[in-house]
Design a protein. Sequence first.
Lengths: 335, 398
Amino acid sequence: MPSRDFPQVRLHIVTGKGGTGKSTVSASLALGLASAGQNVLLCEVEGRQGIARMFDVEPLPYAERRIATGLPGPDGQRGGVVHALHIDPESALWEYLSMYYKLGRAGKALDRFGVVEFATTIAPGVRDVLLTGKVYEATKRNARNKKAITYDAVVLDAPPTGRIAPFLGVNQELAGLARMGPIKNQADSVTTLFRSARTAVHLVTVLEEMPVQETADGIAELREHGLPVGGVVVNMVRPRDLDEDDLLAVRAGKVTKRKVATELNRGGLTGNADLVMGLLGEARDHAERRALEDDQRALVGELDAPTYELPLLVGGVDLGGLYELAGLLRDQGLA
Amino acid sequence: MTRVRTRVGPQSLAGGRTLDVDRLLDDPHTGIIVCCGSGGVGKTTTSAALALRAAERGRKVVVLTIDPARRLAQAMGIEVLDNTPRPVPGVVSTGSTDGQHGGSLDAMMLDMKRTFDEVVESQASPEKAQQILQNPFYVALSSSFAGTQEYMAMEKLGQIHADAQRDATYDLIVVDTPPSRSALDFLDAPERLSSFLDGRFIKLLLTPAKGPARVMTAGFGIVTNALTKILGAQVLRDMQTFVAAFDTLFGGFRQRAQKTFELLQADGTAFLVIAAPEPDALREAAYFVERLSEDEMPLAGLVVNRASPQPQGEVTAEEAMAAAQRLRKHDADSLTAGLLRLHADRVQMVEREARLRSRFEAAHPQVPMTVVPALAGDVHDLDGLRQVGALMAGERPT
């Protein structure tokens, strides 16, 4: 069963400002889609080996490795499988060359002359083309290629918001540079997929001013380049242990020390002045942050994209946490 | 009976060395401060806060930000930041290092394409510069290449430093580094440029496509043919034209890159590694620390931003949760139960962060550290930056 909100999408690209947890969200989305019975490929392109750490497996090679299974469905349907792939530009280049050109001895010469290093590190945009080219190949793959695994969905843990449009659109620039020839054809096909209804670019944010601003800028930039914006995932939302009335009372200073002290005693703690003052101070901090979050949430609501919320996992994110987040994305319709 | 518990939290850095930020800023020998670390840890805010604090303590400071987002501009309340340092209004300098003049603060944002263009224009004849600037390969290289930012950051740092030395405009340059995909990009820029320029690939491109056959070794021929097949003849021609036109500039580039690298290694430079109390950010920080010592770069310390504030009272997370549960049984809407759960979360987070930090300390005991508690609100003005600066320097609100 495909994603409820994005049923046509086969390629989910996840971006976000640094520190907002886009890798966590990518992994959860992959697990969420797998829990809906889809076979998913989760790709990373920034050489961080974040997937291996999150799923607690050995560092990933340039090969598709089975790393997890989605949860069974409500009626006991089997969950889909998540494979992971760590894409590095050099391996992608060699694969590309061997797929399209019979270079033989010339391949070694390219390496010896520093052409490979040039292409993967210095040549403008080539690195990105190699990375996105591999994602394209995995997404477009079909049953005719007998050796390869085919997937219902591909999730890409992409570069941060500041680099996402160049990363996805840079093919355009290269196509401009290579006005004809083999690279142009390749770049054109990749761009066509990215701009199609089969792709969605999701943005991860937290409820703070600058990440929300960057998300708004990112959405505008993606739309300007004709790239399809998917959902906005609001990550690390603070727990709501105080309801609106409580927050109002805290902000207005209407919570009396006596009331808190009495309640603490009832709960089996010693409601001494230090503890009461401490709790009230923490409550005021929390109320201030919650107010800022609400302001930012209102701004996120104006972004003209469906939004999803994931809670802050106080103890850090482990594999169990990923499944929990996956379930939440599934419940909310992103996965 | 009250039990004595060992406190864990941002303020208790048992055993570790504390980074004395004010001493670093006040030391007249500190000429350059480079802030590095992974994305989203508050590098830009930290650089701006350090620069402001130094200026208000009497230094003549310029802060160079490389982030393409308008974050520093927002943070400093300046709408337009271009490739030239501009004075930041509202700086209140009380200190005075030379007994005559107070401090000052200028800020600028790196425009990588413009920096690149300016280098070309200053190094080549107008005619040749024009030829380079219009080459399609140059246009792509100067505007889209993911590493150009790092190269140009080094270039600009070198320029500002040279200007400051000549005109005595600044005595402290604070540099914010690009949000690189890898911490290495910034440091690798000069080396990578050099190895590329010295490489056989450039020689290959400089060999005229239809030159005399005797200078073309067999290897050259194979590679050229392969490249023509893959890239198409035209792209290869564009690249060759570019390299040929750029050839005379390469030497200058390399020389300046090397000089900037030496500048970074010199005594007057201080590297600060910025991190958030998260496993990924601290792992990246550890990587950076290793890398800096490998390159003999002067590391001043680690700044851990956004630490959860120390909870008050001595109630543990477990005690708070147990009490909250008891209260909820009586009254499902108990406000105090909510407060206790908040407290439990905070204690847990503070303990987790302390564990992460002590792990870092165990592996890098030589690295002085300062922990900056998170502010409840966002930082978007000079007052906010001042507050961050004060917290970084270890001042605690009373």
